[in-house]
Write a new protein. Structure first.
Lengths: 111, 115
């Protein structure tokens, strides 16, 4: 069974559209994250939820809205997509600071 | 603030030989964790090895080991008996509870393995 799974793996969409990425973890972890990997492969935290509560929001445009219906799920909704949003988005989960386990990533391409 | 620096954009190693990837970090916390992640072309992020800052003993996982120098804030990864499957991007990362356990990553090192 996949520990952290996110869908879809690939997403191609036009500028101005709204899209969502879903993530689920079956590890029983309390904390879930969204990370963004840009075209230079640099990885940066976007959001973190602990037991459905938002604890980290790192200067991300408010077009990005995370939602955590329960501690096993963390979704990312993006409004009014822009060309600069093209990147790989990773969902991850962890228990305390022991290291995060990542989903397979979603490659978002905005055209 | 926490920062992680990987000064080697790219490294090469001959199959079966040993290679060391460098990482330095900065944090004001006393309680933190350090990690090495591997990202192969499949883009999956794989946790290779973890080191708790309070432990003096260097972590090892099979062919992977670290050299953790706390005073120097250095955390290098040694890969022994390199295999073709080790070819990937390697990221050094730091986390601590004071920062919500988020991972702060270095820029990564591309490792090429020659046969």
């Amino acid at each position: 069974d996949t520990a952290v799974s996110q869908t879809p793996k690939y997403l191609v969409t036009q500028m101005g559209n709204d899209k969502s990425i879903k993530c689920e973890q079956n590890l029983g972890h309390d904390t879930m994250y969204w990370y963004k990997q840009d075209s230079k492969k640099f990885l940066k935290i976007m959001f973190s939820y602990n037991n459905k509560e938002l604890i980290i929001n790192e200067t991300v445009p408010n077009r990005f809205s995370p939602k955590s219906p329960d501690k096993a799920h963390l979704n990312l909704h993006i409004n009014s997509l822009e060309l600069g949003d093209s990147a790989v988005y990773f969902c991850a989960s962890s228990q305390e600071a022991r290291g995060a386990f990542f989903g397979q990533g979603t490659r978002l391409t905005v055209v | 603030a926490q920062t992680v620096t990987q000064s080697q954009p790219e490294m090469s190693v001959q199959e079966a030989e040993t290679v060391t990837l460098s990482c330095t970090y900065d944090t004001s916390e006393s309680d933190y964790y350090l990690f090495w992640y591997k990202q192969p072309p499949s883009r999956q992020m794989i946790l290779v090895i973890r080191q708790e800052a309070y432990k003096q003993q260097n972590a090892t996982e099979n062919r992977f080991s670290v050299n953790f120098q706390k005073a120097a804030k250095s955390f290098s990864l040694k890969i022994s008996d390199s295999q073709l499957g080790d070819a990937a991007m390697y990221f050094c990362a730091l986390s601590s509870g004071e920062y919500g356990n988020k991972l702060v990553f270095g820029a990564g090192t591309i490792l090429r393995v020659k046969s």
